[in-house]
Design a protein around this ligand. Structure first.
Ligand code: UDP
Length: 386
């Protein structure tokens, strides 16, 4: 509760980390002021509602546009799943992206459907044999040592055909670096399966909040005081101690320290969003364009996250976003930490400085400079508050 006029916590950033932290704090009877420099709450899970008039007499339908990129919630942690579902029920969306390589379509992640489309193999045994043959060629080059980069890891996982059609050019577009300079772990995010299963994730729990992510954020922030259009660096950096006992900082790690040791690199994405005058544009929420000649990495058709079956056709239009991946420059939105040697070392130095800051908690993708999925962010925020 307020001690004099002071908050227990000033939370900088109303994304999943900040909002979850505020929820826990409120439950423990503590007071929070949550500020965000954007005009709306929710960080990058914010959805921008687009209203589409429905056919005569049926009102309108709302398509929740994932303004800062597609967010598909998935987790293996039942406690996290139960927690988010206790706030807003989640739907049964299952991510099954399709890859388009020069007009050829392949199912993702790499599974029996992909192997059939790639090589015409029909059984797990045939597929395994084909992959072993492909991997064998690469093993003779790499030997038995650990893969040193993403290219080596991908070749050892799936062999050359899949690497060249579905991984290499897409990854280089997404990260702006050759696969030989990227860490192996990035590609280990993708499952490899010998069953006809297009579910992109291995996690047992997956879905999208019914009604969109804004509802989840609103629930998380219910007990907090919130202020939008409020830039921490302009308004509170030097004076926050007068306002709160503890600072919860979810912004960019290097920015907190005035970039004293140099700037961390990020990848950023930008979107070209448009309304299409058709109920069903690409038949799927996510289509990845895996060849270099298409400038965007993927096309998102937002309605498919929340509308299934007949509902797709009851809403006569659709909203699609092309996603472009670019190098971050100051003033842009940071999205993905770049896990190369320089950045990992620099982030570590900043993290050491962060540990020495008294009464400041650093949390989330930006403040920890970690490629977290949403469930991990929630997990971290739930355990940060003790
Ligand atoms: N990836 C790929 N081809 C695809 C999709 C993903 O090569 O069609 C690789 C790419 O290197 C990417 C990584 O797999 O960085 C992880 O993909 P994921 O979809 O998990 O990335 P995110 O959704 O976080 O952008």
């Amino acid at each position: 509760m307020l001690k004099g006029s002071k908050f227990d916590f000033l939370v900088v950033g109303s994304g999943l980390y900040g909002a979850t932290f505020a929820y826990k704090a409120h439950q423990a009877g503590k007071s929070c002021l949550v500020i965000d420099k954007r005009p709306q709450l929710g960080g990058n899970v914010y959805c921008s509602p687009v209203s589409v008039p429905s056919p005569a007499g049926k009102g309108e339908c709302v398509i929740n546009v994932h303004k800062y990129g597609a967010h598909i919630f998935h987790t293996a942690n039942k406690a996290v799943w139960d927690f988010v579902n206790s706030l807003v029920p989640f739907n049964r969306y299952t991510n099954c992206p399709v890859a388009n390589y020069h007009g050829e379509l392949y199912n993702l992640p790499f599974n029996m459907n992909t192997f059939y489309q790639m090589w015409g193999v029909r059984t797990p045994e045939e597929a395994q044999a084909r992959i072993n043959e492909q991997i064998g060629n690469c093993k003779s080059v790499i030997g038995n040592r650990e893969p040193r980069n993403l290219e080596e890891q991908a070749l050892l996982l799936v062999g050359r055909d899949i690497y060249e059609k579905l991984i290499k050019e897409y990854t280089e577009k997404q990260w702006g670096r050759p696969c030989t300079e990227l860490p192996a772990f990035i590609i280990r995010r993708l499952p490899l399966r010998f069953v006809f299963d297009n579910n992109y994730f291995n996690d047992p729990y997956q879905g999208i909040p019914i009604g969109g992510y804004n509802l989840l954020i609103d629930k998380l922030l219910e007990g907090a005081e919130v202020k939008t259009n409020c830039d921490f660096f302009r308004e509170y950096k030097d004076s926050w101690r007068d306002l709160a006992d503890t600072l919860v900082y979810t912004g960019q790690l290097d920015e907190y320290f005035d970039f004293r040791l140099g700037r961390l690199d990020w990848r950023t994405v930008s979107f070209k969003t448009r309304i299409e005058d058709t109920p069903n544009y690409q038949g799927n929420a996510v289509v990845n364009y895996t060849s270099r000649d298409v400038p965007y990495t993927r096309v998102i058709e937002h309605k498919h996250f929340e509308m299934f079956g007949q509902a797709v056709y009851e809403c006569p239009k659709t909203v699609v976003s092309e996603e472009y991946s670019t190098e971050f420059k100051p003033g842009m939105e940071p999205y993905y930490p770049v896990n190369d040697e320089r950045n990992n070392a620099l982030a570590e130095q900043y993290r050491e400085m962060a540990m020495k800051e008294e009464n400041v908690i650093f949390g989330g993708r930006l403040a920890e400079y970690k490629y977290y999925d949403m469930d991990k962010v929630i997990e971290r925020a739930l355990s940060a508050y003790v």
